[in-house]
Design a protein around this ligand. Structure first.
Ligand code: BTN
Length: 326
């Protein structure tokens, strides 16, 4: 944590006002240096009151997702938060940090992305200060072929967090779209650095539309996308949501790492909106049509083709031919 973040965390945790002298002692600096820091924090939007004899009190914090704001909501062991006001993509920042040795569970969170990335070369709409844009560094001991399972593990964590927050039951469209009322509310992009038979690290990117109002989506997304605010009419406390999501992912990823994908499969399937529907899949091997039977033990999608033959899809873009449509 930076010096500013430590000051905010202490003020937040204190039962009453904290004296400038106490802050100076903890930081190993002068009272004048503390005063300068407090003035800087006020310029960043923190409301810090000061009583001449009583010390400093944190009256209000800006709505942002920095380590000090998240600290009260982090319940697992993933506590390294790399906050940025603006980035091209949190995936790029996470990759740089991972290559420089960032530990498992490091989470890069930005208020805004100028080039947020989705799957299949798409972009991810990332306006400032409204939503969650997060990339988490993971270092699983896995062959690259098992990495798609991490997408599913993440999808289950995102869906469970959305349900906990809203009380509404989201759906997952294989492999990774989380939907509310048939519209996309969250997306997951898992990228990796690997050798042929060994993963070095994964970058698990999660974008969740939290507080974007309907009019805040560009016209071409308005029919396809939604946010928790639009779905419930209530704004979301972003730091609380981010803390819940990190804990939900850490718990599921922990089970996945020790027990395997079976530990998450039933939960994932309970959210799946594809089972039983007729779909066509644009996969690397061409277009495949069939009825979805469910998920295989390793996370592949099982389809029954028209002639009755069963096939497994490990990667591809699904279009539903009845019921929910893109
Ligand atoms: C998709 O559904 O296509 C995946 C969207 C993933 C978006 C997130 S936002 C945080 C992270 N940074 C990015 O550039 N993309 C992911």
């Amino acid at each position: 944590m930076s010096v500013d973040e430590r000051i905010v965390a202490w003020l937040r945790a204190a039962a009453g006002p904290v004296s400038g002298e106490a802050l100076a002692r903890r930081l190993g600096c002068s009272r004048a240096a503390v005063w300068k820091r407090i003035a800087g924090l006020r310029r960043q939007g923190y409301r810090i009151t000061a009583q001449p004899a009583g010390g400093y009190t944190l009256a209000a914090a800006p709505d942002r997702l920095g380590p000090a704001e998240l600290a009260p909501y982090l319940s697992g062991s993933w506590r390294r938060i790399e906050w940025r006001a603006e980035v091209d993509s949190t995936q790029r920042v996470a990759r740089d940090l991972a290559r420089a040795g960032a530990p498992e569970g490091t989470a890069v969170i930005a208020e805004r992305q100028t080039a947020g990335r989705g799957r299949l070369g798409r972009s991810w709409h990332s306006p400032a200060g409204l939503n969650l844009y997060c990339s988490i560094v993971l270092r699983p001991v896995l062959p690259p072929s098992a990495v798609p399972q991490v997408t599913l593990v993440t999808g289950a964590a995102v869906a469970a967090t959305v349900e906990e927050e809203t009380g509404l039951r989201p759906a997952i469209k294989w492999p990774n779209d989380v939907l509310l009322g048939g519209r996309k509310v969250a997306g997951i992009l898992v990228e990796m650095d690997s050798e042929i038979d060994r993963v070095h690290h994964l970058l698990v990117g999660v974008g969740v539309n939290l507080n974007t109002p309907r009019a805040g989506f560009p016209p071409e997304l308005r029919r396809k996308a939604t946010s928790l605010l639009v779905a419930t009419g209530r704004p979301v406390h972003r730091a609380a949501f981010a803390g819940r999501l990190l804990a939900a992912l850490e718990a599921r990823y922990g089970r996945f790492s020790t027990v395997g994908f079976a530990s998450v499969r039933a939960e994932w399937e309970s959210y799946s909106c594809l089972t039983g529907t007729e779909v066509s899949v644009a996969s690397p091997g061409g277009e495949i049509a069939g009825r979805v039977l469910g998920l295989d033990a390793d996370g592949a999608l099982r389809l029954r083709r028209r002639g009755g033959r069963e096939v497994r899809i490990v990667a591809g873009e699904v279009t539903v031919r009845d019921g929910y449509r893109d």
